[in-house]
Ligand binder design. Structure first.
Ligand code: MD6
Ligand code: FE
Length: 203
């Protein structure tokens, strides 16, 4: 079932059932072992993100004080190329993105105790026509969606394990973030917490 809540913003609750969520996590585990989670830092202040990250695909999103927000082909700690995006994720993209190009990057966000993500626009991709497809696994989270201007009205939406969100059309440039994660609301992720995957065409 697809709900278009705003222009270009599609919400697919429970797109993946529990078995599919477990299978996806099992597919991801060895890839995350090769490309372990790292903690990005803010471009200006060098302050650490509360979210840990890794990537899949030819390009991965990274941030640090020296280099700022960017995409690069290698893991900032291991120096190795990112593992490929698994076929099951490319199939999911083709099922919901309605866009003729495959994603080059899949950012993997890990939210453990108290992690959150401030309001931001995904702005480091040249191809602004391509949507961003997001998959939530594990603990539920409160997602906040605003508009194109910072400081405008926002609404919140609970994202639960297996939910898929597509930010396309006008909503591709909308502010959004994660207010908080509801700790203990899911048993999916070993050790608890939430994993979010966002697939992007970088351009
Ligand atoms: C998250 N998601 O759900 C953070 N970005 O953990 C995002 O920042 C996001 O859900 C672009 C498109 C969809 C998203
Ligand atoms: Fe985002």
């Amino acid at each position: 079932m697809r709900n278009q809540l705003h222009s270009g913003f599609d919400f697919y609750p429970a797109y993946l059932d529990r078995a599919a969520q477990e299978a996806l996590l099992a597919t991801l585990a060895p890839l995350i072992e090769r490309a372990p989670f790292f903690r990005p830092t803010m471009p200006k202040t060098g302050k650490a993100f509360s979210v840990e990250m890794t990537n899949l695909g030819p390009l991965g999103w990274v941030s640090d004080k020296g280099g700022g927000y960017r995409y690069q082909a290698t893991h900032p700690v291991t120096g190795q190329a990112w593992p490929a995006i698994p076929q099951v994720l490319l199939d999911l993209w083709q099922g919901v993105a309605n866009y003729p190009v495959l994603p080059q990057a899949c950012l993997v966000n890990l939210y453990r105790d108290g992690a959150k993500m401030g309001l931001h626009v995904d702005g480091d991709e040249q191809d602004r026509a391509a949507p961003v497809v997001s998959i939530s696994l594990g603990d539920s989270a409160i997602f906040r969606l605003g508009g194109a201007e910072r400081g405008g009205p926002t609404s919140s939406l609970k994202l639960s394990s297996g939910d898929v969100v597509v930010l396309g059309g006008a909503s591709r440039d909308f502010y959004h973030g994660i207010d908080r994660v509801l700790s203990g609301s899911s048993t999916l992720v070993p050790g608890g917490g939430r994993i979010n995957l966002t697939m992007r065409v970088v351009g």
